[in-house]
Ligand binder design. Structure first.
Ligand code: PLP
Length: 383
């Protein structure tokens, strides 16, 4: 297999055979002409089932994650929903991370629970706790590494052993790392899931999702379910994502460079009581992260020391509103830096649950601007 960037630029994207177009065309069509009944050209009949721009992205994603089958969805959440409804049945149970992505928690807690699917939040960095949480009905371990927003690290190879000893599947939401930094299938995971909205798209201009697996039976069931429920992206969305992916490797290197510098600057600041970044040697998951990731990525969270008033969130909220370069917004993984307050924004749905995040936590998506400008902005906001 060729190197990562070569795959990112070429996999699934040979020049168009009819025109030589170097870039895969945006096939803006809902249906495809047939040469006689049942005589499709290249297998395309109706665009909910398949579209060539989407196929190019699916092949590219499979190549990047080192898996045989790639499927592309309209969002990260529709990817998760389709996978969970195909892999689980009423009465089945799954483990999710203690600080799972808020939308994943909301999906299992509010939507799938109604259909009899049960879940337990567990600290997946604790293998003994993970084993202890397994029930006879547990069918899946759903993991994220690094987690959102606390940047917790799960040992993917060890989790795969736990899952496979129990004859169940390990799924890894690889959104925070991107396939450039980490490839979970190679570490033993059964399915890898992405919100391509984040680093893969990389420019905050498109919402999408993807999954990759080596399991042919599961891939076939997923394609059937996807076509049945219609959880598909349009061709322009697939095309934008393909364009973003071409620069993934250089962007991830720069995100990692900048985040390392930002994390170090925050760790030295008197108003910052804790920094969460797997690249810091004192981070609990640092060694495992160093083993399974190429670098440590662009996400940094930190706790702002409370100002002594009644509201423990006040100072963190103030900082989120005081940056000039970091834009106050949800989402992550774009070239521009973003700042947000998880307890009141991305993770508001976890309030009062086991997944509740610290009130004084701030999350950064460190972009690829000049690191000096980013650090100066944070220092002036902290005051
Ligand atoms: C954003 C995100 C999702 C959901 O993806 P959407 O594209 O917003 O539907 C899932 N997991 C993680 C870790 C995310 O950051």
């Amino acid at each position: 297999m060729s190197g990562f960037s070569t795959r990112a630029i070429h996999a699934g994207q040979n020049p168009d055979p009819t025109t030589g177009s170097v870039i895969p065309p945006i096939y803006a069509t809902s249906t495809f002409a047939q040469d006689g009944v049942g005589g499709t050209r290249g297998g395309y009949e109706y665009a909910r089932s398949a579209n060539p721009t989407r196929t190019a992205l699916a092949e590219c994603m499979a190549a990047l994650e080192g898996g045989r089958y790639g499927l592309i969805f309209g969002s990260g959440m529709s990817t998760t929903d389709t996978l969970l409804r195909v892999a689980l049945r009423p009465g089945d149970h799954l483990l999710i991370p203690l600080d799972a992505y808020g939308g994943t928690f909301r999906l299992v807690d509010k939507v799938l629970s109604v259909w009899g699917i049960e879940h337990t939040p567990v600290d997946l960095s604790d293998l003994a706790a993970t084993r202890a949480a397994l029930r006879p009905t547990t069918r899946m371990i759903w993991s994220e590494s690094p987690t959102n927003p606390l940047l917790g690290i799960a040992d993917i190879a060890a989790l795969a052993d736990v899952a496979h000893s129990a004859d169940i599947r390990l799924v890894v939401d690889n959104t925070f790392a991107s396939p450039y930094l980490q490839t979970p299938l190679a570490l033993g995971a059964d399915v890898v899931v992405h919100s391509t909205t984040k680093y893969l798209g990389g420019h905050s201009d498109v919402v999408g999702g993807a999954l990759v697996t080596d399991d042919s039976e599961l891939a076939e069931q997923l394609a059937f379910a996807q076509n049945s429920v219609g959880a598909v992206p349009g061709p322009f969305d697939a095309w934008l994502t393909l364009r973003g992916i071409k620069t993934l490797a250089v962007r991830m290197e720069r995100h990692s460079d900048n985040a390392e510098r930002v994390a170090a600057a925050l760790a030295r600041h008197p108003k910052v009581s804790k920094v969460y970044y797997p690249g810091l040697p004192e981070h609990l998951g640092h060694e495992v992260a160093a083993k399974q990731m190429r670098r440590f990525g662009g996400m940094v969270s930190f706790e702002v020391a409370p100002d002594g008033g009644d509201d423990p969130a006040a100072e963190a909220v103030r900082v989120c509103g005081a940056t000039r370069l970091f834009i106050l917004a949800e989402s992550l993984g774009g070239v521009e830096s973003l700042i947000e307050h998880p307890a009141k924004m991305t993770h508001a749905s976890t309030a009062g649950s086991a997944l509740e995040v610290p009130a004084n936590l701030v999350r950064l998506s460190v972009g690829i601007e000049d690191a000096d400008d980013l650090i100066e902005d944070l220092l002036q906001a902290l005051g």
